[in-house]
Design a protein around this ligand. Structure first.
Ligand SMILES: C[S@@+](CC[C@H](N)C(=O)[O-])C[C@H]1O[C@@H](n2cnc3c(N)ncnc32)[C@H](O)[C@@H]1O
Length: 199
């Protein structure tokens, strides 16, 4: 008997595989405003966390359709947001920059800055790592990530991206260039979290 729903066999030798990671999410408070989740398709973690307080944008409709949360979902390119200035109190980018070319980061930070209200905050979580020399020929990486929600529930999934050497500065440099200030950050061997403020 065959199982038609079984995932295709993956040739893991083609991937640089990070050690399994865990993120404990804070209970983000949008203070009566909206949360913009950039790249909010896939699992739609921020929509699972904050439901109808979230506007999730993603350039892929199928990725938004895959989510099971109560966020408002809009097909949109983060490099050219269609919201007017100062629409949101909070923005989030959850393991999404890893899917984006580094050349687009500054334009995306500029757009997030524009649509955040003064006093608004931007939360980013992403993978960071250094590719060891023996893994350099691999074109893609994968991370198995467990997300722990404040209510005790959890989500486990895999995210994959293009192999490069992402380090905190890759996010912080363009963010600070457009004016964001660092409010809080946590860096460990394989993941990066930062809370940025628009003064
Ligand atoms: C798979 S998701 C990352 C995880 C997701 N945040 C979650 O909670 O599961 C990354 C998404 O970023 C989207 N994306 C990539 N570049 C984008 C862009 N310029 N504008 C909007 N979405 C983009 C991709 O279509 C993809 O769905």
């Amino acid at each position: 008997m065959t199982d038609d729903n079984a995932p295709p066999d993956i040739d893991w030798s083609q991937y640089f595989v990070l050690p399994p990671q865990e993120v404990t999410l804070p209970d983000i408070d949008p203070k009566g405003g909206w949360i913009l989740d950039v790249g909010g398709g896939g699992e739609g973690i921020i929509g699972l966390l904050k439901g109808q307080e979230v506007v999730a944008i993603d350039m892929r409709k199928d990725e938004l359709e895959e989510t099971t949360n109560d966020a408002l979902k809009v097909v949109m390119d983060a490099r050219e947001l269609k919201f007017i200035d100062e629409s949101f109190t909070v923005a989030t980018v959850y393991f999404t920059f890893m899917y984006m070319p580094e050349d687009d980061f500054e334009a995306i930070f500029k757009e997030i800055w524009r649509v955040l209200k003064p006093g608004g905050e931007l939360f980013i979580w992403d993978a960071i790592f250094e590719v060891p020399p023996e893994e350099r020929e691999k074109k893609r990486f994968v991370v198995i990530l467990k997300t722990l929600f404040p209510d005790g529930s959890e989500n486990q999934t895999g995210y994959g991206g293009i192999v490069r050497d992402p380090q905190p500065d890759m996010f912080l440099r363009p963010a600070q260039k457009v004016g964001f200030k660092i409010l809080d950050q946590k860096v460990d061997d394989f993941q990066f979290y930062v809370r940025l403020g628009k003064p």
